[in-house]
Write a protein that binds this ligand. Structure first.
Ligand code: PSU
Ligand code: MN
Length: 302
């Protein structure tokens, strides 16, 4: 059951721009209370840029599209909220549980609600050592098949970035650089890897979405937007923290869906919170870009 917030429903019916937001970043990606402050600030940036935010999560087995500030607060502090990707959804619905949605499951629910643009911080990807562990985020499969455009700040170096790009290529997912030729590496604007194509304006991004839809090319589009330079982290510092976090993860035997939340938390601790500050700034920056792309896309569909 989808429960679409009336404001979001009205905007969709009137072809006004709506931007989907995920809740795993709230419940499992950042500590309380900064997770809640960030989620609310992201919604505000989207509104200030002329679109309607729709934060998605699951409450008592109902998929909520457009959470209230009170619900966002609850997702930020409540213990035991499950991290739900595609495979978890039927179980969460049947058992009437609370769950935070990942990029994959947020895409699914956004699509069902009729929302085409989704803003987040970072996507999941191919993990380092995936040749052995087979740890590849279900986000990549979802990008292959679900018609939602995801705006993110690239992928984190906790992942294997070259393999993540290879996987997306195999899956037929266009990877665009927003005003950049390089795949941004989340905390830093540079990864040394090229994106397939650069787009320089919101209009250009919207035209690509429209062509993909008009030509019935199933699947998502990934728009990667670099963190503003003033908020970027020093590559040496962040890479050292990531390497240490991966070592700790291995020695503690963390695996499966715990991996990403564990690494995010450990990197935040190891950088004394600096990585969290960067993380927040890049999401806000993505919100601005996503809202404007959604606006252009709605104009074009009129
Ligand atoms: N990257 C972040 N913050 C996050 C996540 C990724 O910087 O909160 C979350 C997203 O919800 C993403 C999920 O979809 O982690 C990927 O998890 P996994 O690797 O288990 O698929
Ligand atoms: Mn995984």
């Amino acid at each position: 059951m989808l429960k679409i917030n009336p404001e979001v429903q009205k905007a969709l019916l009137e072809n006004k721009p709506v931007v989907a937001l995920e809740s795993t970043i709230i419940s499992h990606g950042m500590p309380y209370p900064r997770n809640v402050e960030t989620a609310l600030a992201v919604e505000k940036v989207i509104r200030d840029n002329g679109a309607i935010p729709a934060t998605i999560g699951i409450i008592d087995g109902d998929a909520i599209v457009g959470m209230t500030p009170e619900q966002i607060e609850e997702f930020g502090k409540r213990k035991g909220i499950i991290k739900a990707s595609r495979r978890d959804l039927p179980v969460i619905y049947a058992k009437k549980l609370w769950a935070a949605t990942t990029v994959a499951s947020t895409m699914i629910i956004a699509k069902q609600a009729g929302i085409e643009v989704f803003v987040t911080g970072g996507i999941g990807g191919v993990h380092r050592g995936a040749q052995e562990t087979m740890d590849i985020s279900a986000d990549l499969q979802e990008l292959a098949k679900t018609n939602v455009t995801v705006i993110c700040a690239g992928a984190k170096a906790i992942l294997d970035l070259p393999l993540t790009l290879e996987y997306l290529e195999t899956m037929g997912v266009p990877v665009l650089g927003f005003q950049t030729n390089e795949l941004p590496a989340f905390y830093s604007p540079n990864s040394g890897l090229k994106v397939d194509y650069r787009v320089d304006s919101y209009l250009e991004a919207a035209q690509i979405i429209k062509e993909k839809r008009d030509n019935n090319l199933q699947g998502g589009i990934l728009i990667t937007n670099p963190i503003p330079k003033e908020y970027a982290m020093d590559d040496t510092i962040i890479n050292a923290a990531i390497n240490e976090a991966i070592e700790r993860m291995k020695s503690e035997g963390i695996h499966g869906k715990e991996t990403t939340p564990y690494l995010l938390k450990t990197v935040t601790e190891l950088t004394g919170g600096d990585s969290l500050d960067s993380n927040i700034q890049l999401v806000l920056n993505n919100a601005k870009v996503g809202a404007n792309i959604a606006k252009e896309y709605c104009q074009m569909r009129k």
